[in-house]
Design a protein around this ligand. Structure first.
Ligand SMILES: [Zn+2]
Length: 175
């Protein structure tokens, strides 16, 4: 007999993106991303972290106090989850694929998403405060002009979205 209650695709892929974020060594922000092709095959996974080979134990890479000091700011060094998923997927064509991301993408990740031909973005949460408001607006403009669909996971009203909330709770095991 076929099991009637099983995980939806959306929750499955978002959970994988979310689970990938557990690997991040960024003390403030852990993000994950999962790229899926039109046949629901996972073709790329990523989380935010330093470029391969950069020493994770060097505190200079993780400074988060003064954004004007570019040489001592993690924002200069950390590769975002979306880009890492794209880099990990270079062997495949990403044309027409979907990316599941734990956070609404920034402007440069949006550019990368567009350039590799990803056509749908499903995100879990969004930063709304002042600086991000205009960044989000610019991301929406680029996606709109290039026919990339962007959807909030919650707005999909997935019946098993409770699973993500459970996962979120489990994240505190690593706090
Ligand atoms: Zn980004």
């Amino acid at each position: 007999m076929k099991k009637e209650n099983y995980m939806s695709w959306h929750t499955y892929f978002m959970s994988i993106a979310f689970l990938s974020s557990f690997r991040s060594k960024d003390s403030k922000t852990q993000n994950g991303a999962c790229i899926v092709d039109a046949s629901n095959r996972i073709i790329g996974i990523g989380y935010n972290g330093l470029p391969r080979g950069c020493n994770d134990n060097d505190p200079q890479y993780w400074e988060d106090s003064d954004d004007n000091d570019l040489v001592r700011s993690k924002h200069t060094y950390v590769v975002h989850a979306e880009k890492n998923a794209i880099y990990n997927c270079m062997a495949h064509s990403m044309t027409g694929s979907t990316i599941y991301v734990t956070q609404f993408p920034c402007n440069t990740c949006a550019q990368a998403i567009i350039q590799v031909g990803i056509k749908k973005v499903i995100y879990l949460r969004k930063k709304e405060h002042s600086h991000h408001e205009s960044l989000n607006e610019s991301v929406n403009k680029m996606f709109q002009d290039t026919n990339v669909m962007i959807i909030c996971y919650e707005e999909l009203n997935i019946s098993d979205s409770f699973f993500l909330k459970e996962l979120e709770r489990m994240k505190c095991l690593y706090e």
